[in-house]
Design a protein around this ligand. Structure first.
Ligand SMILES: Nc1ccn([C@H]2C[C@H](O)[C@@H](COP(=O)(O)OP(=O)(O)OP(=O)(O)O)O2)c(=O)n1
Length: 128
């Protein structure tokens, strides 16, 4: 029971911190680096393991949409708990993607920005 109270208190603390920030990829990357260092998990965070972990999380994300038929934009009919779960699975994919990029020496923000420019050249908008 004491342990449970501690977990609830920790979650409240994290919630307060999370609400306050408009977070950047670089900030998330730093948090992930600290998280791994504090647990001595750097030894496990090699590119292959992170890629497999991310694919596992993509599977968990897919499960939320499985057998649902059409899912319209905005997810009408989904409950709050389901939407919160969706946010967690999307986050797991994002966090592993950022960590994977870091462990590969790729600046994801820079690479994604460049890719958007490249996409615009490949698929020009119709002129008005
Ligand atoms: N070696 C690890 C293990 C976990 N994580 C972090 C990244 C993910 O955001 C989250 C994944 O944790 P779990 O493996 O416990 O997966 P879930 O949160 O999806 O739990 P479950 O699979 O029980 O639904 O934790 C990490 O950075 N490195």
């Amino acid at each position: 029971m004491e342990g449970e109270k501690k977990v609830v208190a920790m979650e409240e603390e994290v919630k307060e911190e999370v609400v306050a920030v408009d977070v950047s990829l670089k900030q998330l990357s730093k948090k992930l680096d600290d998280f791994a260092k504090e647990r001595n998990w750097e030894q496990y965070h090699n590119p292959r393991n992170l890629l497999l972990a991310m694919i596992g999380e993509v599977g968990e994300l897919s499960e939320l949409f499985m057998w649902k038929g059409e899912v319209p934009k905005g997810l009408p009919g989904w409950g709050e708990a389901e939407k919160e779960h969706l946010g967690e699975e999307l986050s797991d994919v994002l966090l592993y993607l950022i960590r994977l990029s870091d462990m590969c020496g790729v600046d994801l923000g820079d690479a994604a920005t460049r890719k958007i420019v490249k996409n615009a050249v490949k698929y020009p908008a119709p002129s008005k």
